[in-house]
Each structure stands twice: as structure tokens, then as C-alpha cells.
Ligand binder design. Structure first.
Ligand code: SF4
Ligand code: SF4
Length: 239
């Protein structure tokens, strides 16, 4: 999940540790006027891959872990689906989900804007505390996650929250003309990820999209079940 700091501040922190292509730096700050949406359907997910049209380059991504674990060091929030709650309660040794929620969870609220449209989604969900004594006002601010160890490993992998499997993708549901849900995904540019690069072909990212499509689809279905069963809620507002 993104942190709530300004993207520029985050990028400037990132640039001290990683080389950031100046075109990508400008694009992430909204300083390019030639960014074009390019859609690629992989399994049940429509990916929106930005293109810098003047340079004819796609914005692609690959994860640099274990050299990088910046998303866990600057974690903004960890919203939990109903499935996450069941998994994590067990992982952290709780007898009941209620006890887990009482001790380990807070409430997060945030707004997400669809990448190339104007739908603003307001979400509120239960979130795993990133530090034991996390306070409500820290929601959305970057914190080092308590489960990250010194070597960059996650102490609760593979039972970590679903959202940890998806970064830096963000996704949303739309209905097709028959009313069937369609999952869309794109990158969230929080300024915390050094894994973006430019290429004139989509070839190198296709295995990544194939790996992420089922994760993203299943996560959206889990979020839908979660909100339907009142573990959280979503409001759509036209922007
Ligand atoms: S910040 Fe980006 S490159 Fe680094 S570990 Fe996270 S997803 Fe991978
Ligand atoms: S739970 Fe694990 S993967 Fe998720 S932010 Fe924390 S250390 Fe990273």
C-alpha cells in the first residue's frame, strides 16, 4: 500500500539509494503531457500500462527484491480482507479472530483514483498494525513494517496480507456491458519503488503480468467478499 507522503519527497529519498531515470522521475510527478494508456488483457485482468508517447517507450516494472525492500520499509497501510484476518489470526497465534482484531488491527480510510479516469473510490478497511503501538493518525504515513527483518525478509511470509503480494499494482473493479465484474490494474506511483524502467517492447513484462493477474483477480474477489460482509466498505464518487 502506498504511503501518504508527497510523491516528490518519496522519490527524492529513493533517488539517494537508486538511480531513477529522469523521464520516469518526471512522469511520476505528473510533469509529462504525453502519457498514454495502453491496455493489455492477461487472463481475467486488464492491465493499464502507461506509455511515454513522445519517446515511444512503455513504463515497465520488475521487483528488485532482495536488494530492495523499500515498500516494507516505507509501508503506508496494510488493509486486511476477511481471508487475511483468518490467516493472520492463526499465524500470529490467536485463538479467535476477535482477539486478533482487538490487538493487532486498526481502521484505515483512503481514497483511490482510477488511473486514467475520474472515479474516486473511498475505501475503509481494517488494517494490520505496522508497529505494535500504531496510532490512528499514523494511517497512510510511511513506517517500517514490524515484520521486516534486517535481511529484507518478511517474518510472516507467505501468510502476509494479500495487499503485500500486489505492490506496486493497484486494481479496481468495473462492470462490463453484461454487468459482469471486470478487474483492471495499473501501477501506483508512490515514489517508493525503484523497479520501474522504460522499454520499447512489452515482452519483458509479460511473465510478470502473467504472474500477477491471478493474484490481482483473487485479491479483488476477496475485497468484494470483505466489503459485502461488512468488514469494510467502498464508496464510488464521480470526480
Ligand atoms: S519497492 Fe518495488 S522493487 Fe523494492 S521490493 Fe518493493 S516492489 Fe520490489
Ligand atoms: S507484512 Fe511482510 S511483506 Fe507486508 S509490509 Fe510487512 S514485511 Fe513487508
Amino acid at each position: 500500500m502506498p504511503n501518504g507522503n508527497s510523491v516528490k519527497d518519496s522519490l527524492d529519498v529513493l533517488a539517494k539509494k537508486w538511480p531513477i531515470d529522469s523521464k520516469l522521475y518526471d512522469m511520476q510527478l505528473g510533469m509529462r503531457d504525453d502519457v498514454v494508456d495502453n491496455t493489455v488483457k492477461v487472463e481475467q485482468v486488464i492491465f493499464h500500462v502507461p506509455t511515454l508517447s513522445k519517446d515511444r517507450l512503455y513504463v515497465l516494472w520488475k521487483c528488485l527484491w532482495p536488494e530492495c525492500h523499500n515498500c516494507c520499509e516505507r509501508q503506508g497501510r496494510l488493509p486486511l480482507t476477511k481471508d487475511d484476518i483468518a490467516l493472520l489470526a492463526k499465524k500470529l497465534g490467536y485463538e479467535s479472530k476477535i482477539e486478533f482484531v482487538r490487538n493487532e488491527v486498526g481502521i484505515s480510510s483512503w481514497q483511490e483514483q482510477e488511473a486514467f479516469g475520474n472515479i474516486i473510490t473511498t475505501l475503509s478497511m481494517l488494517s494490520l498494525k505496522r508497529k505494535k503501538d500504531e496510532r490512528g493518525e499514523e494511517d497512510g504515513t510511511p513506517l517500517r513494517c514490524r515484520f521486516l527483518d534486517d535481511k529484507g525478509y518478511c517474518g510472516i511470509h507467505p501468510d502476509k496480507p494479500g495487499v503485500c503480494w500486489l505492490y506496486p499494482f493497484t486494481s479496481w473493479l468495473e462492470s462490463d456491458k453484461f454487468g459482469k465484474p471486470v478487474v483492471h490494474a495499473t501501477y501506483q506511483f508512490t515514489g517508493d519503488c525503484p523497479g520501474f524502467y522504460l522499454d520499447d517492447s512489452l515482452d519483458s513484462i509479460m511473465p510478470v503480468l502473467q504472474e500477477y493477474a491471478p493474484k490481482i483477480y483473487n485479491y479483488n474477489m476477496a475485497v468484494q467478499r470483505t466489503t459485502r460482509e461488512s468488514y469494510g466498505f467502498i464508496n464510488f464518487v464521480s470526480g
